[in-house]
Design a protein around this ligand. Structure first.
Ligand SMILES: O=P(O)(O)OC[C@H]1O[C@H](O[C@H]2O[C@H](CO)[C@@H](O)[C@H](O)[C@H]2O)[C@H](O)[C@@H](O)[C@@H]1O
Length: 378
């Protein structure tokens, strides 16, 4: 019996993860009913609801499967790594070559265009650590990002609360898009006043502001509901909430998924996505890191411009929305930070934050050299 044809999902249209990576409220497949005249498929609401009920355990299993796959270190344990053939890795690297090795080609492609830099935070500028409150970036990385931002408009795009990510990066003059792009702040275009720490004037865009009370409510409920699961940690990211399971025993993941589901099912206006050992709860609005990238390009005066070259560097599933946006626009490219082959819309790869720093430093050196050459009479 085939189980295709009808997919019922409460994922909202416009959510851009590639089908192979989509984890948002996984589709529930129901048996194909007889096709109605004209080839349309009809299904009664009561039958639909019954099927959704029946499939609740399936939904939890699907969440847990996705949780297991959500961290490269889990998916690629040493046993898995040995089975990961050289051929597999090499063919992935052919499709997503190192941005460091391809540096000359990259800057050549950007010639005559305005580079705009978009940087994810966790796993990109700072290494992944067990305690989300201690995910500090190094002083060397901070100094490099500071130089970068003097050369190119630069935005930090994070799932975290904007104030929190600012407290880690501590650099004025940049654009900050927190809560997966639902909280954007930065200097006004052409502004001489580059101070944009909390409380400063400039661009402010918060497309999910009406969800604030709901997010706070859900945060409190999740804190309470998950308190019985050792290691679980709930983080209030202002317009979204993260439930961390990095420190939860794998045997308890199913229990945690059920706790989160029991809260989330009362909130149809919220949806679930996943990051690296984290369940992320956010509004169903059609907004993500890709839309934030587009918004920032417009805010910077690059709407409908062919001479812009956006570069987005990120390590997470949520960064895929931005990689895809760049592919769809046919401008610039994405760089995935990963040591392991992954399905991605990024064009290039870097292995870890230290490589990100080297890449950013090379961009700074290249920009300085090319500006010097432009100023020097021949
Ligand atoms: O968009 P990002 O800046 O990558 O934010 C995504 C999540 O990042 C943080 O969690 C991740 O990093 C933690 C610290 O290294 C790690 O402990 C956790 O397992 C990772 O998922 C942040 O704490 C989350 O709120 C963000 O959603």
């Amino acid at each position: 019996m085939t189980k295709q044809n009808v997919a019922v999902s409460d994922a909202k249209p416009g959510f851009n993860l590639p089908a192979s990576m989509a984890v948002s409220n996984p589709p529930v497949f129901v048996q194909k009913p007889p096709a109605s005249p004209g080839g349309c498929i009809t299904i009664s609401r009561s039958k639909l609801l019954k099927n959704l009920e029946i499939n609740e355990p399936q939904r939890i299993n699907s969440w847990v499967d996705s949780m297991k796959a959500s961290s490269p270190t889990h998916a690629k344990s040493s046993a898995d790594l040995s089975s990961l053939t050289d051929d597999h890795y090499s063919s992935w690297m052919v499709q997503h070559p190192s941005a460091l090795e391809m540096f000359e080609q990259i800057v050549e492609a950007s010639k005559g265009k305005n580079i705009v830099m978009f940087l994810d935070y966790d796993g990109t500028l700072s290494p992944i650590v067990d305690d989300p409150d201690r995910a500090f970036m190094s002083d060397k990385m901070r100094a490099t990002v500071k130089k970068l931002a003097r050369c190119f408009p630069t935005a930090i795009v994070s799932g975290r609360c904007r104030d929190k990510v600012y407290s880690f990066v501590k650099l004025a003059g940049l654009y900050y898009a927190g809560s997966h792009g639902m909280d954007i702040k930065g200097p006004a275009k052409g502004s001489k006043d580059k101070k944009n720490g909390p409380g400063q004037a400039g661009i402010l865009f918060q497309p999910a502001s009406e969800y604030l009370p709901m997010i706070n409510e859900v945060y409190n409920e999740l804190v309470e509901k998950t308190s019985s699961t050792p290691g679980a940690m709930v983080e209030n990211n202002r317009f979204c909430v993260s439930v961390h399971f990095r420190r939860v025993d794998e045997k308890k993941w199913s229990e945690l998924a059920q706790q989160v589901r029991s809260v989330l099912k009362e909130y149809p206006k919220l949806r679930l996505t996943q990051g690296r050992k984290v369940l992320e709860i956010r509004p169903t609005i059609k907004w993500d890191k890709g839309k934030a990238l587009e918004f920032l390009l417009e805010a910077l005066g690059f709407a409908n411009c062919s001479d812009v070259f956006p570069v987005y560097i990120g390590d997470d599933r949520t960064d895929e929305d931005a990689f895809k946006m760049l592919r769809d626009r046919g401008q610039g490219f994405g760089i995935l930070v990963s040591k392991f082959p992954k399905d991605t819309n990024a064009s290039y790869s870097l292995q870890e934050p230290s490589e990100v720093m080297n890449f950013l430093q090379r961009l700074v050196d290249w920009k300085r050299l090319s500006s010097y050459k432009d100023r020097t009479p021949t």
